[in-house]
Structures are given as structure tokens and as C-alpha cells.
Design a protein. Structure first.
Length: 190
């Protein structure tokens, strides 16, 4: 069946670009490197990251995870960046659930314990969102987090993501079903 509307983001736009480094003030977003594996394993071993992302990762899995990002970029199914402070990885941020027909994506992120409390996540989120609107041409970026995850709620608010509602029992965590807050920014938001 043919759509009667043109896609918001033309197919191939992201794949035609080289994945950039994005300036976020005193932190930068850069494509993942194999030398980042230890930081990925450390991140997914952190109890707080495990609580909200519901996964752990071995060194081999981290290698495969890093190796998958260039293909996801080329296939326009996702984009992931290491968040770095000078040369050290302090977190991750990614676009997932890309829907170019409707010009939207979901964002996910985490920050390593040593970098928490420095507003690393809101700065990375703000910078990635600005790039997503200006360069990629997205119309909407969405963020979902458990209603029990107050830190992610603060990140969303600091990055200008409006609260839009609650999805009841939408995601399963280790301790059972969680309601999820929905936040979003539009390309027209100030």
C-alpha cells in the first residue's frame, strides 16, 4: 500500500552522512571505538544502570555491541555515541526506534557513577536533540523512563523535554512491571 505523504526524513539521509562527533559543552559525543569496551562493560555492571536498562554485558558482548553501531547507522535503525569527557568515556547516548516516515526517534542514555551529578546526561541529550533536528531533520525526539526513575525525569526536564503522560505497566523490569513516563521535544520547541 502506498503512503499519501512523503516521509518526514527521506530514506538514506542518515546513511549518506558520516556519523559525527557532537559538541556538548565540556563533553563530546563520538562514535564508539573498540577501545571503549571496558567502559561499556563497567556501565552495564553498574547496579543503577542494570536496574533501568535490565541488562549486563560481557567483554565479548561489548565488542559485538560496539561493532553493530556502524551497521545500524547504515541501515538507519539506530545511532549510538560514547559520551566522553576529555578522552574518558563517561556515558552513552543513542537514538533508537527511528521512524523516518514520521520524523521521530526515541533516545536512551546512561552515565557512569563517577560522572553523575555533573549534568552530563542533560548536556548530551540537548546536543543530540539539536543535531537530530538540524541535521537529520527529525520532527520529534521521545524519551521514556520508569516513573520510579527520578534521575531520568530530572534529565528530561533539564534538557527541555516536556512531560506528556504515563504509559501504565508498559515495561518489565527485574522487579516487575513499571509505569513509564513519556517526555518529548519537538523541533518547534524553544
Amino acid at each position: 500500500m502506498s503512503s499519501l505523504i512523503e516521509p518526514s526524513v527521506p530514506p538514506g539521509r542518515m546513511a549518506s552522512l558520516t556519523q559525527p562527533e557532537i559538541d556538548a559543552g565540556d563533553v563530546r559525543l563520538r562514535p564508539w571505538r573498540q577501545s571503549d569496551r571496558a567502559a561499556v562493560v563497567t556501565g552495564y555492571a553498574d547496579p543503577a544502570i542494570q536496574r533501568w536498562h535490565c541488562r549486563s554485558m560481557t567483554d565479548d558482548e561489548a565488542r559485538d555491541w560496539i561493532d553493530a553501531w556502524p551497521d545500524r547507522w547504515q541501515q538507519e535503525t539506530g545511532a549510538g555515541w560514547a559520551v566522553v569527557d576529555t578522552a574518558e568515556v563517561v556515558g552513552q547516548i543513542s537514538l533508537r526506534r527511528l521512524d523516518f516516515a514520521h520524523g521521530l526517534a526515541e533516545v536512551s542514555y546512561w552515565v557512569l557513577p563517577a560522572a553523575r551529578g555533573r549534568r552530563v546526561a542533560p548536556r548530551a541529550l540537548t546536543a543530540l536533540t539539536a543535531w537530530s533536528f538540524a541535521t537529520l531533520g527529525l520532527h520529534r525526539v521521545e524519551l521514556y523512563h520508569s516513573t520510579a526513575n527520578a534521575a531520568s525525569c530530572r534529565v528530561a526536564h533539564h534538557a527541555g523535554f516536556a512531560a506528556e503522560g504515563t504509559k501504565r505497566r508498559e515495561q518489565r523490569h527485574l522487579d516487575g512491571w513499571h509505569d513509564m513516563h513519556v517526555h518529548a521535544r519537538l523541533d518547534t520547541d524553544k
